[in-house]
Ligand binder design. Structure first.
Ligand SMILES: [Zn+2]
Length: 582
């Protein structure tokens, strides 16, 4: 739950603001039925699937799955942090955010961002003034980088020497400790502390909001012995998480807020070289494979994602890892494609050789996901033999299980059936149900699944969507008894009942906020927008029915537990309980 800012304050704030005003000021909304709608600001689309509910104080996109309260909207749309978003909303209605002692970690992180900002300025200054600057500037010229691009990406230099940054920014123990937290220092076995980056061209890594969270450093001369690895990145720190950050995404968005395509390349030199040629929509991962977190950010930013890899074996392997990570995200309103460059080339060398137009023409020929996926798997078997085709089904099966149920998945299955020369019905019977289908898959409009929902899920859904009903529950079952049920989700139901007992005025958005940054967050969001097959008067009856059912299940569970125990080990109270059980 939210942590630093008291949840009562967040409740109060969310009851005073109107998510409709907040969204409408940024994305003009049109009335459609009970809700308001617009083309989604988080993915590219022509027909509106982004809806805002005044009643729930919540937005939801049926296309890409974006959803949340006014707080989440500002975080996503204005790229604010959680506390910043709260401050912004509080300002808009003249409320003052209470400061608590536990706000310290936020303060602390802020000082890390500030510190890295200063280190970056230092590197830029060195590139202009240091005695060694000649070598670095010569290298920059050789790579064909203009002053404009060097400035836009704030490229700098870490001079040779063990303690330039340490001396400049870590003069006393407290500031050295801060500097250490940002990953700018290394320690050797004998306890000596020194600069991590030495004699390197420095690329600051910006987060999506433009704050510097780490650095990448490249040696000038690959053949230089003892220079360490060619590329070196900051380690994981409290503000730098490689699985989350993409080099160049901030700059790409600065150049164009409505991107239609993103090219994922392997290194920061590639991003910068492409930008130099006017291709401003490339991003790079930072020494990791593309993670699902990366992909989620990307598909919200542009509808056409092109992975660009070297044509060699390592490139193919990296591409396959990216494809595997993309499986749970397939089937949405976006396309993923794969581009392989000729062996030995990278985007940097390629674009300098052939220019931007030829490079973009190449990008146009990128393979759709399904082609790359099946080409790779088919190359592992002999599709001309029956045995090979049977094997193809077996090796494809585990991958398809990760693809959410969607027409895209149906088409992948159809293609597998065609290639394997079997029919689809037979094939489907060999494929087991999807594992990851429910997690974060773009939910199709108007799902009618709640016939199969458990009483627990229905109760949570009704309470989230119609919190006012809680005050009409004479007695919400016996929460204490229900709480003993050992089942995932029980804790959520109990927390909802308790929150609404103490603050009956809470709206959906305020309730959902309580689960921010918890493992249940996605699930709660999903239920806050799940469609129910009953409405109006029926809702209260359903809710009471579900709570009674849960109470009954809890009683049975308790009875089972007690009757499993040897009778002589029971306390008198437990014996009485067993007797009372009907
Ligand atoms: Zn969307």
């Amino acid at each position: 739950m939210a942590g630093q800012i008291p949840s009562q304050f967040i409740d109060e704030l969310l009851s005073r603001i109107d998510v409709v005003d907040i969204v409408d000021a940024r994305v003009p909304l049109k009335k459609s039925g009970k809700n308001l709608s617009a083309c989604c600001p988080f993915h590219n689309e022509k027909t509106p699937s982004f809806t805002v509910s005044r009643e729930k104080q919540f937005y939801h996109c049926f296309g890409c799955g974006a959803h949340g309260s006014a707080i989440s909207f500002l975080m996503e749309y204005d790229q604010l942090s959680f506390p910043e978003s709260i401050h912004e909303l509080a300002d808009s209605v003249g409320m003052k955010v209470p400061t608590t002692h536990s706000a310290a970690p936020v303060q602390n992180q802020q000082s890390l961002y500030d510190l890295l900002g200063k280190v970056s300025q230092y590197y830029v200054h060195q590139l202009q003034n240091h005695a060694q600057k000649g070598d670095f500037n010569q290298y920059i010229q050789q790579r064909g980088l203009s002053t404009e691009i060097v400035e836009r990406f704030q490229i700098g230099m870490a001079p040779d020497g063990w303690d330039n940054v340490l001396r400049t920014f870590g003069g006393d123990p407290a500031s050295q400790a801060q500097l250490d937290k940002t990953g700018m220092l290394s320690h050797n076995d004998s306890g000596k502390t020194y600069d991590r980056f030495r004699n390197r061209l420095m690329f600051p890594i910006h987060d999506r909001r433009g704050r510097i969270v780490g650095f990448g450093g490249r040696v000038l001369d690959d053949s230089l012995e003892g220079g360490g690895p060619k590329y070196l990145n900051s380690p994981e720190t409290p503000i730098f998480h490689k699985s989350n950050e993409l080099y160049g995404l901030y700059h790409a968005r600065q150049q164009n807020r409505k991107l239609t395509q993103i090219i994922i390349v392997e290194g920061y030199m590639d991003v910068v070289a492409l930008a130099e040629q006017g291709i401003n929509h490339a991003v790079a991962t930072l020494g990791t494979a593309t993670t699902p977190d990366h992909l989620r950010q990307l598909i919200r930013t542009a509808p056409d994602i092109v992975f660009c890899f070297d044509g060699d074996r390592a490139g193919r392997e990296a591409a396959w890892r990216a494809a595997e990570n993309a499986l749970p995200l397939l089937g949405g309103n976006y396309q993923l494609r794969f581009l392989f460059l000729p062996d030995g080339e990278d985007p940097d060398s390629m674009v300098r050789q052939e220019g931007a137009d030829a490079f973009l023409a190449r990008v146009d020929t990128a393979l759709p996901f399904s082609d790359f996926f099946f080409n790779t798997l088919e190359s592992r078997v002999d599709c001309n033999s029956l045995d090979g085709r049977a094997r193809l089904i077996e090796i494809t099966k585990p991958y398809l299980q990760h693809v959410p149920a969607s027409s895209y998945r149906d088409m992948l299955e159809q293609r597998l059936a065609d290639t394997a020369k079997t029919n689809l019905t037979q094939l489907k019977s060999r494929l087991t149900p999807p594992l990851a289908a429910q997690t974060r898959a773009p939910s199709p409009m108007g799902q009618k699944k709640n016939q199969t929902l458990s009483p627990l899920r229905i109760a949570i859904t009704i309470l989230l969507q119609h919190p006012d009903l809680a005050s009409q529950l004479e007695q919400a079952g016996e929460p204490l008894l229900i709480a003993t049920l050992e089942r995932p989700g029980i804790a959520v139901l109990i927390a909802l009942l308790e929150s609404l007992a103490t603050s009956p005025q809470l709206n959906t958005a305020a309730l959902v906020e309580r689960w921010r940054d918890t493992p249940s967050e996605q699930h709660i969001h999903h239920l806050a927008y799940a469609s129910l097959s009953f409405a109006g008067e029926e809702l209260l009856g359903e809710l009471i029915g579900c709570l009674n059912q849960l109470q009954q299940q809890a009683k049975q569970q308790r009875h089972g537990l007690l009757s499993d125990k040897p009778f002589n080990t029971l306390t008198d109270a437990e014996k009485q309980e067993l007797k009372d059980f009907k």
